[in-house]
Design a protein. Structure first.
Lengths: 192, 207
């Protein structure tokens, strides 16, 4: 199923995976260009470290390539690739939790809070998200930042739909409790 | 206000308009009259807006290049899943097995050493016990020796009378005194002479 590069761009993700299974590496490059920003953004919001997020993203696409034969075209490619990326991210988060337990937390390369487009409120939100337990943080980032549907989240994390919905709700309420006084202070200062 | 707990459980679905129209309306009515739930809804909407405004982080521009380079490398080299891993997997048992063998040998060696040390200890102990027994064993040697000391006259006469039943050599042989030249008063100890077979020293021990 050899298709030239111009033709590849018209193909869906599933068709590109079939191309990749047939040995067309250009299909991987195209999939990478379609998903790299979305995936990097998600991984970065969960890990808060650019270098590590970059490494995880690279490893994700290497696995897509290595495991290309095991991809079943019945399933959505985005769910499959998110599952790979999230598994790697969760492993990294667990590793970091372990290191933190022993007082050896790896350095986190936060982007500068002011002037990164998100401003001070964005910085406050990132801080509050980082303080959430991992299980809530993951679903919240996937839903509110990566804008995935509940079904996509449930499939990527292999969790029941109801569990995902209740975790998202719980995470939002936890964030609301943390951020409410900070937001009120900020608005008071802004008005004065 | 009643029903706040239920509203909090459903507020995410309410904000995303993911509820039945009846339930959606019911929660909207509740929020209108409940200041706490109203505040919660307001803050959640604000947080959602901030989250949407967060800038999209971009990976480095050479990411695709790096990945494709690694893919090319993976393609040229032996595929990990098919050859390298089975090769490693074939020998992966060797390390723990060797470690287990070393530990086993060490334990056996330690056990043997301990047994031999115990055996040696037992032997030493038995030898020392024999020595102690030999030390404690007093073997009378030759005639009984009498050491005569000054004592009271009553005893002297008593001894003198008892001497009559014994021969001179038995009574005073080693003291070298004749029976009729006993001192005026004396104390008499009957002490067998013993010789240690090991050291050869002669000792006197009172009965």
């Amino acid at each position: 199923m050899a298709t030239n590069d111009m033709g590849l761009e018209q193909l869906s993700d599933r068709q590109l995976m079939l191309e990749l299974q047939d040995g067309n590496q250009a299909a991987l490059e195209l999939l990478l260009s379609r998903y790299k920003s979305k995936l990097f953004n998600t991984i970065y919001r969960l890990i808060q470290d650019r270098e590590t997020a970059q490494d995880i993203l690279q490893e994700t696409f290497l696995r897509v390539y290595r495991e290309r034969k095991s991809y079943n075209p019945v399933y959505c490619f985005s769910t499959w690739v998110y599952t790979i990326a999230l598994n790697l991210t969760k492993n990294e988060m667990k590793r970091r939790t372990r290191w933190r337990f022993f007082g050896l937390a790896p350095s986190e390369n936060h982007s500068h809070p002011v002037g990164n487009g998100g401003g001070h409120l964005g910085y406050l939100l990132e801080q509050a998200i980082n303080k959430l337990p991992d299980r809530y943080k993951i679903v919240l980032v996937l839903r509110d930042i990566s804008q995935l549907s509940y079904e996509e989240i449930a499939q990527s994390l292999r969790l029941p739909l109801g569990t995902v919905k209740s975790r998202v709700n719980r995470a939002r309420l936890m964030l609301q409790q943390t951020l409410k006084p900070k937001l009120e202070n900020y608005e008071r200062l802004w008005k004065s | 206000m009643r029903g706040c707990g239920r509203v909090k459980k459903l507020i995410s679905c309410y904000l995303e308009k993911d509820l039945d129209p009846g339930l959606q309306q019911e929660i909207a009515e509740h929020i209108k009259f409940c200041s706490e739930c109203y505040e919660t809804e307001k803050t959640l909407k604000r947080i959602s807006a901030i989250a949407r405004d967060l800038p999209e982080e971009e990976p480095s521009f050479d990411l695709a290049e790096k990945v494709m380079e690694k893919v090319g490398f993976a393609n040229e080299s032996i595929p990990r899943t098919t050859r390298v891993f089975p090769a490693i997997r074939r020998w992966v048992w060797a390390m723990p097995a060797t470690a287990a063998l070393v530990v086993l040998l060490f334990l056996i060696d330690t056990r043997l050493n301990r047994d031999s040390v115990q055996l040696m200890d037992q032997q030493e102990q038995s030898i020392s016990q024999q020595n102690t027994l030999q030390d404690q064993t007093v073997i009378p040697e030759g005639p009984v020796e009498f050491v005569i000391d000054n004592w009271n006259p009553g005893t002297r006469s008593q001894v003198a009378s008892s001497n009559q039943s014994l021969s001179d050599s038995q009574m005073l042989g080693s003291a070298g005194w004749p029976a009729d030249s006993l001192p005026a008063s004396f104390r008499m100890y009957v002490m067998p002479v013993a010789q240690n077979q090991m050291t050869g020293t002669t000792t006197r021990r009172p009965y």
